[in-house]
Write a new protein. Structure first.
Length: 246
């Protein structure tokens, strides 16, 4: 089930947001591994992620993995200002913006083709504007459902654009690892792995009842729907953004 038959939902997600703001504001940090936060890693640049550093890791672990990383204190006011500037670009792109957090949102661009171009053209322009006006890289996924648009942006990271055309959704989705499904964390992935289920396509082949028996009623139904790209949720205009803390 789709909200509509054209790929008009964009998931826009800033890349390594806090670390990217630090690299933007201090040229000496560009191209270098950057860790935001000393005691606990709040964010890591892609150069740091390539060394195995992850959000929520202790600072001691992170420095052990990458002794040459630059460690900077978080500047929440700078991140808030950058977020506001990016959201201004979102809201000038379409009136249908659903903020998920300080650094990501869904945008629905249906009905804008005559005045703004195709969804792909809109996405290209949005990425260019965020880079030129705010100085930050942003990745965008475009699809018919919110779920798949978010998956597409995850696959396209960092600093990418991925459009999943109607009719090719399952061919794109099914080879991906089960962890790409919303709600599949380490515990659920381990349960599926025990049964030899590693890809979304393998989940899709299972009857809903088998997934319910394996994972419980809510989770089983949820994953069965997502594995078939069934996500009827519309982009909800005006939903409040999460705080920086969240």
């Amino acid at each position: 089930m789709f909200v509509h038959g054209v790929a008009t939902i964009l998931h826009a997600d800033l890349d390594a947001f806090y670390a990217s703001v630090e690299q933007r504001d201090d040229p000496r940090l560009r191209g270098r591994p950057v860790i935001v936060g000393a005691g606990v890693v709040l964010a890591a640049s892609y150069e740091a992620k390539a060394r195995g550093i992850r959000t929520a890791m202790t600072g001691r672990q992170a420095r052990r993995l990458c002794p040459e990383a630059s460690v900077v204190s978080p500047r929440m006011s700078a991140y808030s200002e950058a977020s506001k500037a990016v959201y201004r670009v979102f809201e000038e792109t379409t009136p249908l913006v659903e903020g998920l957090s300080i650094d990501e949102a869904f945008l629905d661009v249906r009905g804008l083709e005559r005045i703004s171009g195709t969804p792909t053209e809109i996405a290209v322009r949005l990425r260019r504007r965020v880079l030129e006006e705010v100085g930050l890289p942003i990745t965008v996924g475009v699809a018919r459902t919110k779920f798949l648009a978010k998956v597409a942006s995850g696959v396209a990271k960092p600093d990418g654009l991925l459009v999943v055309p109607p009719g090719s959704e399952l061919a794109f989705l099914h080879p991906l690892p089960v962890e790409r499904l919303w709600g599949v964390g380490a515990v659920t992935a381990a349960k599926l792995e025990q049964r030899g289920i590693r890809t979304v396509g393998q989940v899709a082949l299972l009857p809903q009842g088998a997934l319910v028996g394996m994972l419980g009623r809510a989770a089983g139904r949820h994953l069965h729907d997502l594995a078939h790209n069934r996500d009827p949720r519309a982009v909800l205009r005006g939903r409040r953004r999460g705080s920086i803390g969240s």
